[in-house]
Design a protein around this ligand. Sequence first.
Ligand SMILES: NC(=O)c1ccc[n+]([C@@H]2O[C@H](COP(=O)([O-])OP(=O)(O)OC[C@H]3O[C@@H](n4cnc5c(N)ncnc54)[C@H](OP(=O)(O)O)[C@@H]3O)[C@@H](O)[C@H]2O)c1
Length: 282
Amino acid sequence: MKIYIIGSTGQLGSDILRIFEKKHKVVHGGKELFDVRNTDAFESFIGNKFDAVINCSAFLDVPLAENSVREAILMNMSAPMKIAHVCRKKNIRFIHFSTDYVFDGEKRTPYIETDKCNPLNIYGMSKYIGEEGILEVNPNASVLRVSGLYGRVVSRAKGYNFISLFLRKAKENDVIEVVSDEILTPTYTLNAAKQTLLVFENGISGIIHSTDEGEVSWFDFASEISRQMKLKIKVKRKKSSSNSIARPKYSVLENRKLNELGLNIMKDWRESLREFLKEEYI
Ligand SMILES: NC(=O)c1ccc[n+]([C@@H]2O[C@H](COP(=O)([O-])OP(=O)(O)OC[C@H]3O[C@@H](n4cnc5c(N)ncnc54)[C@H](OP(=O)(O)O)[C@@H]3O)[C@@H](O)[C@H]2O)c1
């Protein structure tokens, strides 16, 4: 099949490219190839050349989104909605990614796909209305919720991911403080990409939770990185600041739909971390 991957220069997009190009013909790029904010031009850009579109682009700087509401909504709702609409019209499969930040974290047991969303910040809200809009105009679209991504390519938007930032700090400090009151499932982009291929091949539509397995605080995740890398630093727990942007304290997703379909290939977060560190750093 011929697939257009939007955002292939990014953290997730680069692994989506790595996995999909083994089996499919792909056209891919970042905003220099096609800027998704140019919503009116998408239909003519895409023409009749593709069987599927995978959108890995987003506005994902959480603090910046608080003061860039229009841009966040344009990137996370209007643009993907337009793409979803064009894909439906042309009978093209559409795959999109969303986030654990659609939830408020009050539940304290893993969220399933049908749980009520209640985002706490602008980024989460813009992703949530994006999900709703996409599935409204294109019920056959697949929207995979991922969380705490890390991979070989760091986030384009942020210039780092949790692991690269932690390892950078570890070179310069003996003690590193990490928040212990945000619990989630950090997810290796290579696993998410392999899972996306399976979702694509099996034609699964709607909201799909697709994170690594298990749950951990950022503090425990950092401690495990330190342990596996045999770092000679002290990781110290701290509470998230009450002045910073509201984030869910608990945003673990259960891959319920994938489990029910017998398609869940996501791995335990420790195993994924080990594989990633071995491939990249050890
Ligand atoms: N990162 C996380 O921890 C995390 C957690 C939960 C959910 N997610 C979701 O996962 C998805 C992928 O995130 P990521 O971390 O891989 O993002 P990323 O590394 O920042 O990559 C974003 C990609 O989007 C492209 N892009 C940005 N603006 C564009 C535009 N106007 N037109 C076309 N392309 C544009 C970028 O291309 P350029 O090279 O041209 O800038 C880049 O390839 C997003 O939907 C995000 O919301 C991420």
